[in-house]
Design a protein around this ligand. Structure first.
Ligand SMILES: Nc1ncnc2c1ncn2[C@@H]1O[C@H](COP(=O)(O)OP(=O)(O)O)[C@@H](O)[C@H]1O
Ligand SMILES: [Mg+2]
Length: 265
C-alpha cells in the first residue's frame, strides 16, 4: 500500500490513532484513516458515530469547541497539524469546509467570495479581485447563474445556489482539501445532483472528504468509503474502509453488510 513518504502525495491526509473527546466522553476511538489525494472519500454510518467529529478534526475545526480534545496525529504534507507550532487558521485555509446548511454571509455574492481572501491578507487590484470572484464562481458552477447580479445578497439565491456559493467561497482562498459535512441534506434532488457533478469536477484539483447519511450518494459520488459504528460505550469506530465499490458490493465486515443492506442504522 502506498504511503505519502514512499510515494509523493498518495495521501492528502493521514489520520493516525485518533481519539477524540468531548469533556470526559470519548466520541471517537482509535481511528486510523488515510485520505487519498484527488479522490472523493465518503464517511458513512449511523447518526452519532463520530463522522462530523472526525471530519472537523481534519482541519482543526474542533479546536473551536472548548470541551473537545484530540489525541493522535493527522499528517498533512508530512507535518502533524496538531503540532504546537502549527497555525490552526492556516490549516483551515488550506483545508476548507462546507457545512450542512448553506450559510452564506449576509453580504453580496461578490463580498462572500472576497471575504476569505481579504481576511487572509489578500491584496490586489479591482480587476484582480474581479478575476478571483469569477474564477471561484466558475469553479463552483455558479458563474452563469449569478454573473449579472454579483451585488445581490448571497441570501437571495436558492438553497442549491447558496451551497455552491459556499463552495465558491471555500475555493477562493486556494485550499488543497475540501471537507463537506452533509452538504446536500438541505437540498432538493436536482440541486443534490448538481453538487455531486461539481464534486467530480473539483476532484481534478482538490481532495474531497464528504460526510453523508445518504448511502446512494456515497455509492454514486465517492471513490472510497469509510464506514463508522459506535461501540457499547458510544465511541465511534472505523469498521471498514476501502474503494466504494468494494465496500458496497463485497463488504469484508458483517456489520458493514448489515448496515448497507438496511438491516440497522
Ligand atoms: N460539541 C459537542 N459537545 C459534546 N458532545 C458532542 C459535541 N459534538 C458531538 N458530540 C457527540 O459526539 C458524538 C459524535 O457526534 P458526531 O460527530 O456529530 O456524529 P455524526 O456526525 O456521526 O452524527 C455524539 O455522541 C455527539 O452527541
Ligand atoms: Mg454529523
Amino acid at each position: 500500500m502506498a504511503t505519502s513518504s514512499q510515494n509523493g502525495n498518495a495521501y492528502a491526509l493521514e489520520g493516525q490513532n485518533m481519539h477524540i473527546y468531548y469533556g470526559s466522553f470519548r466520541a471517537v476511538k482509535e481511528i486510523t484513516l488515510n485520505v487519498e489525494a484527488q479522490k472523493i472519500t465518503s464517511l458513512i454510518g449511523p447518526s452519532g458515530c463520530g463522522k462530523s467529529t472526525v471530519l472537523r478534526a481534519f482541519n482543526r475545526m474542533n479546536d473551536l469547541v472548548p470541551v473537545a480534545r484530540f489525541e493522535g496525529t493527522i499528517l498533512f504534507r508530512g507535518k502533524n497539524i496538531y503540532d504546537p507550532d502549527v497555525d490552526a487558521v492556516e490549516v483551515r485555509r488550506r483545508i476548507g469546509m462546507v457545512f450542512q446548511k448553506p450559510n452564506p454571509f449576509p453580504k453580496s455574492i461578490y463580498d462572500n467570495i472576497m471575504y476569505g481572501p481579504k481576511i487572509n491578507g489578500w491584496r490586489g487590484s479591482k480587476s484582480e479581485m474581479d478575476e478571483l470572484v469569477e474564477k471561484s464562481l466558475r469553479a463552483a458552477a455558479l458563474w452563469d447563474d449569478v454573473k449579472d447580479k454579483l451585488k445581490q445578497s448571497g441570501l437571495s439565491l436558492s438553497g442549491g445556489q447558496q451551497q455552491r456559493l459556499c463552495i465558491a467561497r471555500a475555493l477562493a482562498v486556494s485550499p488543497e482539501i475540501i471537507l463537506m459535512d452533509e452538504p446536500c441534506s438541505a437540498l432538493d434532488p436536482i440541486s443534490t445532483l448538481k453538487i455531486e457533478e461539481l464534486m467530480f469536477e473539483l476532484r481534478r484539483q482538490y481532495t474531497i472528504v464528504i460526510v453523508t447519511h445518504n448511502m446512494q450518494q456515497a455509492q454514486r459520488a465517492s471513490d472510497n468509503t469509510a464506514f463508522f459504528l459506535m461501540d457499547d460505550d458510544r465511541a465511534g469506530m472505523l469498521i471498514e474502509y476501502g474503494p466504494t465499490e468494494e465496500v458496497f458490493s463485497n463488504p469484508k465486515d458483517k456489520r458493514t453488510e448489515d448496515y448497507i443492506s438496511g438491516r440497522f442504522g
